[in-house]
Design a protein around this ligand. Structure first.
Ligand code: FAD
Length: 469
């Protein structure tokens, strides 16, 4: 038996000093040689934990074995049996919490770099030219309205299109892709890749209607007059604020606004593009998730001299992907852990000048399982800042629930569904992704959309669940 290889092949990346001056993708991807070496580390376990750890159940040992053997075309086909967005998932899934967490190699060394291999195959396929759409069955005569073109909407649309449904996606914005387009920056999720994935879904016959705000342009009920079922994948685009004094000062943003201006509206190319974005010198980003890391790294690339992440827990509790925390640290962002902003202070002319913060300490674990942060009285200090970006979470926009009578929502405005099927309280209306869970992950949105797609198929066609992807 050959020796077990416990060391993963490193990801080639742009150097930190170079990449903070551009918006190009930071991680450059494995070469074919590195991919084959990395794939050869897989032990092809009889009971692969990695598959259990994947919310969409990709045949991981299957595709990795094909990479090791150099059959990249078969490898990408294997992934696409269960995942329509591999170039996206390979880049942004929190693999360390999912498939890679279950890899047996991780017990003594590095787990196999499953995400990097998935990305390698997706990029390899793109380099070969046109994406291969699977053969499509004859139309089954049923029409589905999908609301939102994020990972959830794209997944359910693709799954139902390959079963013969006529699917239309209604998207409020002028570009498709959801958070992948308006939220995650170019340096982590190149827009050309998102466009490619959207084109793939369109190649399955899915119609895409942009600038179409369901709840305003037409209500869900109006759509149901001409569609057999609706899937709501409208995401969670309503930002939370800290609810502290000074949040209406100039220079104070929600991460949502900041990143949308930069990504969707190409603010980083101002004045070549129309949308301006303040070039701040000292920026504080409040929060510790992927959104916070993306905002901080965007601020650096827009020319800030000093960027801080202000987070009320410690490094161990940071919810962002491990790789992005590492990238953020490498780029020189300063982390102020156990720190809570309590007041934003202006310069007397309406602009942010300082942030008053209080020290925190960690108590017992709370309902999230993480240790609860407790304020230390009398520990106030001030940070001099000219911009602050709030990245502490989002709720679903209330528009669809407000205009869809009988659609039940929870305390934070999230649509309530049956977890196994995604069916809402309204007949013929399913939902999945962030609109149900609140801000979560790409892969969890895709997993929910897949379950809803199966349920829609079963309801409309009496279809055997096992026939659906
Ligand atoms: P979305 O992606 O939000 O898509 C919803 C779509 O619906 C949007 O295009 C919206 O315009 C549209 N819509 C809303 N209302 C209407 C309406 N009334 N009519 C028509 N269309 C409507 N997850 C990860 O797994 N890894 C990461 O690294 C990661 N990084 C992130 C970084 C940022 C900055 C952000 C904001 C999120 C990140 N996430 C990450 C979370 C992830 O992107 C989301 O969980 C995922 O996109 C949810 O998918 P969705 O399809 O449910 O919603």
């Amino acid at each position: 038996m050959s020796k077990v290889d416990y060391v993963r092949r490193p990801m080639p990346k742009q150097e930190p000093c170079e990449r903070v001056r551009n918006f190009d993708e930071v991680a450059l991807g494995y070469t074919a040689e590195l991919a084959r070496e990395e794939a050869s580390r897989c032990l092809a376990c009889k009971k692969p934990g990695c598959v259990q750890g994947c919310p969409v159940g990709i045949d991981i040992p299957g595709f990795i074995g094909l990479v090791a053997g150099g059959d990249f075309a078969a490898g990408i086909r294997t992934i696409k049996e269960t995942n329509a967005l591999p170039a996206v998932c390979g880049r942004v899934c929190p693999q360390e919490e999912q498939c890679e967490k279950e890899c047996v190699l991780g017990k003594k060394g590095d787990p196999v770099a499953i995400g990097r291999l998935e990305r390698f195959l997706a990029d390899w396929e793109a380099e070969q030219g046109a994406l291969q759409a699977p053969p499509l069955p004859a139309a089954n005569g049923k029409r589905i309205a999908v609301i939102g073109s994020g990972p959830a909407g794209l997944t359910v649309a693709a799954d139902l299109a390959v079963l013969g449904y006529e699917v239309t996606i209604f998207e409020a914005l002028h570009e498709a892709g959801g958070v992948l387009t308006y939220g995650i920056p170019e340096f982590r999720m190149p827009k050309a890749i998102v466009s490619r994935e959207v084109e793939y879904v369109q190649s399955l016959g899915v119609e895409l209607r942009l600038d179409y705000v369901v709840g305003k342009t037409r209500t869900v009920d109006r759509l149901l007059e001409s569609y057999d079922a609706a899937f709501v994948g409208a995401g969670a685009g309503l930002p939370w604020f800290l609810d502290i004094p000074g949040e209406n000062l100039n220079g104070v943003y929600s991460a949502n606004e900041y990143l949308t201006r930069c990504n969707l509206m190409r603010g980083y190319r101002f004045p070549a593009w129309d949308t301006p974005l303040k070039r701040a010198s000292r920026v504080a980003v409040v929060g510790g998730g992927n959104v916070a890391m993306d905002s901080a790294r965007t601020a650096l690339r827009l020319g800030a001299d000093e960027v801080h992440i202000v987070y009320r827990r410690s490094r161990d509790e940071l919810p962002a992907r491990a790789e992005e925390v590492e990238n953020t640290e490498e780029e020189g962002v300063i982390f102020d852990f156990l720190t809570l902003p309590v007041r934003l202070i202006g310069d007397g002319r309406g602009w942010l000048a300082e942030i008053e913060c209080r020290r925190m300490e960690l108590g017992e674990p709370d309902s999230s399982g993480r240790r609860r942060p407790l304020e230390v009285p009398g520990s106030e200090s001030r940070l001099r800042m000219d911009a602050s970006i709030c990245a502490i979470g989002n709720s679903p926009n209330p528009l669809i629930p407000m205009t869809t009578p009988g659609l039940d929502v929870g305390k934070r405005g999230n649509v309530i569904v049956d977890e196994a099927t995604g069916l809402t309280s309204r007949e013929r209306v399913w939902a999945g992704g962030d609109v149900v869970t609140g801000s979560a992950t790409v892969i969890s949105a895709m997993g929910a959309a897949r379950r809803a797609g199966r349920s829609i198929h079963e309801k409309l066609m009496g279809g055997d669940e096992r026939e659906a992807p």
